[in-house]
Design a protein around this ligand. Structure first.
Ligand SMILES: [Zn+2]
Length: 337
């Protein structure tokens, strides 16, 4: 896929490519008030730089040769005296070539931008819709699980190092999901450590057989990502949390919330008792504490976040074994203390 970039500092499209009411509009109009530089959408060679009398006004044409395919882009209606490049000059992608204006056949400041697959011609038969090409990211090559004859009978996984921020973890997981189309697991020994202030979380792959396959997969990860990557022994099966489907209940954060306490003494006792056996952070329900001064006490508290419904159910079961209060699983709002 070819990567053309937006040719100016705004993406406000005010007229599309060959709409039904304007079939001879062979480009798109991008318009916004103010000062907007115009950039070469891809690297190439300037084929025209002129004050065109047939409607384009102050305009620049650039010819691009990308993987053997010729393209030509047109930038029209630029400001007088703003063109910075001349015919025959080579330009880099994103190099400034002018400023958005209102010259030629134009009513109101805008950039008229055309993209031609092949050279521009008078009938504009090669024009294509630029919106199908702008900012289209190159598809990264996927990472495939190696399938060589195993060098031994043992199983291995690839573990990431620990992530200590939620945002870093989520960014890494999304980067991985973009290129690794297999099941990804949350390290099962970590979710109990996940409090609001202290993230310690990592993920790992499914099992591969043989050191040779594990090394190939590790290298594929290291070539692509800057995280720490480890090979770990995976002969023993253990419970695994499937992270493959984004937005599922294992990819959501939960807390355990107690039921209401009707006396301040009972509430304080309960929270102190909990702290003796639960090392995680606990919070007072912030929407209920304002009721504390009322005659009608409605107090409860909740735990720090845990990742995934399975981990939440495990924590709830553990708390219910030790305490007689009501416990509920609630979805955790990220950022809420
Ligand atoms: Zn136009």
């Amino acid at each position: 896929m070819v990567n053309f970039i937006w040719p100016t500092t705004t993406k406000k499209v005010t007229s599309g490519f060959r709409p039904p009411h304007r079939p001879s509009h062979h480009g798109i109009d991008i318009a916004e008030n103010g000062y907007h530089e115009i950039y070469a959408s891809a690297a190439g060679t300037v084929s025209r730089s002129e004050n065109n009398q047939n409607g384009y006004g102050q305009c620049i044409f650039i010819v691009h040769n990308i993987n053997g395919q010729t393209w030509e882009t047109v930038y029209a209606h630029m400001r007088d005296n703003s063109r910075t490049v001349s015919v025959g000059q080579t330009v880099r992608q994103n190099q400034q070539i002018g400023v958005m204006g209102n010259t030629g056949d134009s009513s109101g400041q805008h950039l008229h931008f055309e993209l031609h697959k092949g050279r521009w011609n008078g009938s504009k038969s090669n024009a294509v819709n630029p919106l199908n090409y702008l900012d289209v990211k190159e598809e990264p090559n996927p990472i495939t699980v190696p399938n060589e004859t195993p060098s031994d009978n043992n199983y291995y996984r690839i573990h990431t190092g620990l992530f200590t921020t939620l945002s870093g973890y989520e960014r890494a997981l999304n980067e991985l999901k973009a290129v690794y189309n297999y099941t990804i697991y949350l390290a099962p020994d970590e979710p109990k450590l996940v409090g609001d202030d202290e993230w310690r979380i990592r993920f790992y792959t499914g099992r591969v057989q043989g050191q040779n396959n594990a090394r190939i997969l590790k290298k594929a990860f290291e070539d692509r990502f800057s995280w720490n990557i480890h090979i770990v022994d995976a002969n023993q099966d253990h419970e695994e949390i499937d992270y493959k489907a984004a937005g599922n209940s294992e990819n959501t954060y939960y807390r355990i919330m107690t039921g209401f306490f009707r006396s301040l003494g009972g509430f304080n006792n309960a929270r102190a008792t909990l702290k003796q056996s639960y090392s995680g952070i606990t919070y007072e329900a912030s929407d209920d504490s304002r009721l504390r001064e009322d005659g009608d006490l409605k107090l409860r508290f909740y735990t720090g976040r845990v990742m995934g419904i399975t981990a939440a159910q495990e924590l709830k079961a553990r708390l219910e074994q030790q305490f007689s209060w009501n416990f509920n699983i609630i979805e955790a709002q990220v950022g809420k203390k």
